[in-house]
Design a protein around this ligand. Structure first.
Ligand code: TXA
Ligand code: MG
Length: 316
């Protein structure tokens, strides 16, 4: 198993692998990424292959600093500048006009590129040492739950990746928030930074509905789904008889009679809940249950991003 703790030696090995066409899983503050050197189309193609990801689905490009950003994106709108000052490095992805030299495969032929500057020390160390941007989607098979631990990557992509760097559990545990600017600032994917925090900086965001033209596959109606059927339901209202063969995903309360329950935050704190969210779903999905009953979460702050993931999982 190519799983290694993120020691300085392993980081150096990662950089060498990336320079030589490798595909490496590494920790970020949101979820684990599956990375390749952005200019290396063969390595980027391997990412699609490994994830069984359709090629029309563009990747997020990770950068260490402003000069690196300017090598892949041009003409930053003022509102993008403001968001960069406020939220980078961190879990915010911006859809910007791309530099012509970025391979078409990375952006799926779009005129735009999705970029973010991660804050995770391991991701930053890799980017700095490599000195080049890294294209990296989440390190999960297409459509499956995002990985918040190195083990999740090992279990699903395992031997087929050149190296899996273990940096512990992802701090946010939810993917980055994606914002586009054309024709108006819009929320493409709710994520680790609440939409309200972004709106406090640049004003209101257009909320694009999943039913509208798909510009981010994270917007596909079915996505981020566990293998176990999932429904969104208030567990308190489920008959005891029906609980025996199911698992419950709850915010703070425990419910009797379920085969398993995962509580996201005993304090009912949405940030703590988000950090535990995919982890809990991975756990429940591994138990071979008939069904997962997910308690509806308040649709504000990070609750919006979690409900978005649950609705897609339930759409299966
Ligand atoms: O937190 C994250 O963003 C993680 C970590 C690894 O950085 N990455 C991640 O990547 O979630 P991925 O590929 O699983 O999701 C990227 C999303 C997709 O829904 C993709 O369609 C969208 O970003 N995207 C990429 N380029 C785009 C573009 N030019 N315009 C609109 N959406 C884009
Ligand atoms: Mg993903």
């Amino acid at each position: 198993m190519p799983l290694s703790p993120a020691t300085p030696e392993a980081i150096a090995k990662t950089v060498a692998l990336l320079r030589n066409g490798g595909v490496v899983a590494f920790p970020t503050e949101t979820v684990y990424g599956l990375g390749a050197l952005v200019w290396d189309t063969r390595a980027v193609a391997r990412i699609f292959e490994l994830k069984a990801r359709p090629e029309f689905d563009p990747l997020i490009v990770h950068v260490a600093d402003r000069p690196m950003l300017e090598r892949v994106a041009i003409k930053l709108p003022d509102s993008a500048q403001l968001l960069i000052e406020r939220f980078w490095p961190g879990p915010l992805t911006l859809v910007l006009e791309r530099q012509a030299r970025v391979p078409e495969l990375v952006t799926a032929g779009l005129a735009t590129i999705a970029v973010r500057m991660p804050s995770h020390p391991v991701a930053r160390a890799i980017l700095r040492a490599l000195g080049e941007p890294i294209a990296a989607p989440s390190a999960n098979p297409f459509g499956y739950l995002s990985p918040t631990r190195a083990e999740h990557v090992a279990e699903t992509l395992g031997q087929r990746v050149d190296l899996i760097l273990d940096g512990g559990r992802a701090i946010h545990g939810l993917e980055s928030t994606i914002v586009a600017f054309e024709p108006v600032p819009a929320l493409l994917r709710p994520g680790a930074i609440p939409a309200e925090s972004i709106e406090a900086v640049i004003g209101s965001l257009e909320r694009r509905q999943p039913s509208q033209a798909v510009t981010a596959p994270g917007q596909l109606p079915v996505h981020y789904a566990p293998r176990t059927p999932l429904r969104i339901v208030e567990p308190a209202g489920v008959a005891l008889e029906e609980r025996r063969t199911a698992g419950a995903l709850a915010l703070r309360d425990a419910f009797d009679g379920y085969a398993a329950t995962r509580r996201l935050s005993e304090r009912g704190d949405l940030r703590e809940a988000a950090a535990a969210f995919f982890d809990a779903l991975h756990d429940l999905d591994g138990l071979g249950l008939e069904r997962i009953d997910a308690q509806p979460l308040p649709e504000r702050g990070l609750g919006l991003a979690m409900m978005d993931r649950l609705k897609r999982a339930a759409a299966r």
